[in-house]
Design a protein. Sequence first.
Length: 179
Amino acid sequence: MSDQRPFEIRPGTGDDLFMIAGVLVDTWRSTFRGLLADDFLDGMSREDQAVRHARRMGAPGVHYLVAVEPSGGGIVGFANFGPGRGTVPADLHEIYALYVRAGYQGAGIGTALVSTAAGHCAEQGAKSLFAWVLSGNPNRKFYERLGAKAVETSSIWLDDRHYEQVAYLWEDITTLVNR
Ligand SMILES: CC(C)(COP(=O)(O)OP(=O)(O)OC[C@H]1O[C@@H](n2cnc3c(N)ncnc32)[C@H](O)[C@@H]1OP(=O)(O)O)[C@@H](O)C(=O)NCCC(=O)NCCS
């Protein structure tokens, strides 16, 4: 990562879970308002998400990265990633979640998280990387800007409804490393 970026990317730990959960809940509310039901978004809780992510952090092969604001030390973004879920080849890894707080978007943090995650996955033997993104997500262009191709759609059950999601694939993970 460049020294000019006003944030630090480091591995996420159990001590970070409550802040990670805060980023997730706030970012879902700011991004998916209008796409998901208000009741669902308003009912999300930091406590539930912290528990969910504690489980996820403990799962085999799953890693977390956090983006930290150097001035206050607060976490402003995170990503988690690891082996691809479903029936996929062992060298196909997945970004499970990627969120940057609203006031910090557009400053290269998402790129730095994906690039650092890709480097880590490549070290673990991954050749390709993918991420599932809600088809209605207004930020799909981010993945396209980073060179990912939409390769597949599927359905996800959220908020008592099915939503379409799209898989974005980086066939050659090396294109992302050191981006
Ligand atoms: C999507 C997200 C992770 C991107 O992170 P970010 O730090 O804002 O993105 P970056 O600053 O690294 O942007 C990288 C490039 O993508 C482009 N980009 C990012 N979001 C974009 C958007 N919504 N529309 C068009 N281009 C976009 C940037 O302009 C930049 O292009 P450039 O290289 O030409 O300057 C972040 O905005 C976010 O968390 N959004 C809300 C939650 C979300 O949608 N998460 C993804 C869930 S799957």
